[in-house]
Ligand binder design. Structure first.
Ligand SMILES: Nc1ncnc2c1ncn2[C@@H]1O[C@H](COP(=O)(O)OP(=O)(O)OP(=O)(O)O)[C@@H](O)[C@H]1O
Ligand SMILES: [Mg+2]
Length: 226
């Protein structure tokens, strides 16, 4: 896969996740409403969002895809808070998972915000998905730094990863998640970590995973300071 293709499939992945959130919320709205007028509007929204999703599915990766690649300085701590905030549109994430922040890196990161947003969002999504069947549901979000690097880590108390699988999780299309509505409509099942790793490496950073089956997982990301 060429670098542009990775970026583009990452963009699609995120776009469809957001669209999917709208579709789920619209479905909830329809179920919870006895008002006829509202139900009619909701049905229309559903038709349009499904249409949009269909259009996205048909998008083919063209050779000349050029995505906006504007660089900026942004706060790592702020980015983590923003992704958490956006994840909270989903009731399971908002109500069932306890969050704990320890944000100790005061520095700014330089790069494309969208790139780092994708990395963080994929990690939060994985942490959430790992905890659907857990009794204890906690996510620990830390930032810290040293002279040349900034770090963040995301730890969950989810299902964990077996020793056999941990060497494969960054491979394209490796996934242990069964097919359901969510994975079917997401652009690249098993692509979340592949994309995250590619993006980080393009900035000279990296990502490592530690995990214990049935206990939880921790992903640590290093980003070089400029
Ligand atoms: N926090 C986690 N806890 C447990 N397993 C994880 C976690 N993060 C990743 N994994 C494992 O790594 C696999 C690959 O993750 P990745 O994000 O690349 O793909 P995915 O989540 O299956 O699909 P998607 O492309 O929608 O992200 C997952 O299927 C899962 O088995
Ligand atoms: Mg994923």
């Amino acid at each position: 896969m060429k670098n542009e293709d990775i970026y583009f499939s990452g963009f699609l992945h995120n776009f469809r996740s957001s669209l999917q959130a709208v579709m789920v919320l619209t479905g909830n709205l329809k179920e919870g409403s006895d008002n006829k007028k509202i139900s009619q509007y909701v049905e229309k929204i559903q038709i349009y969002t499904e249409r949009m999703d269909d259009m996205i599915k048909r998008l083919v990766i063209k050779d000349k895809v050029e995505l906006l690649r504007e660089e900026s300085d942004f706060s790592l701590n702020q980015l983590l808070k923003e992704v958490n905030f956006l994840q909270e549109v989903e009731p399971f994430y908002r109500d069932e998972i306890e969050k704990s922040f320890q944000l100790k890196c005061p520095h700014k990161i330089n790069g494309q915000y969208i790139d780092f947003f994708q990395v963080v969002n994929n990690l939060f999504t994985n942490a959430k998905e790992a905890m659907y069947d857990s009794v204890e549901r906690k996510i620990f979000i830390d930032t810290f730094c040293e002279e040349n690097n900034c770090y963040f880590s995301i730890r969950d108390t989810g299902c964990g990863i077996s020793e056999e699988n941990i060497s494969k999780i960054f491979n394209p299309f490796f996934s242990t998640k069964s097919n359901n509505l969510l994975t079917e409509i997401s652009a690249g099942k098993g692509m979340g970590l592949t994309i995250a790793k590619q993006i980080l490496e393009s900035y000279g950073g990296d990502i490592i995973a530690e995990s214990e089956l049935n206990v939880g997982s921790k992903f640590v990301v290093r980003i070089p300071r400029k």
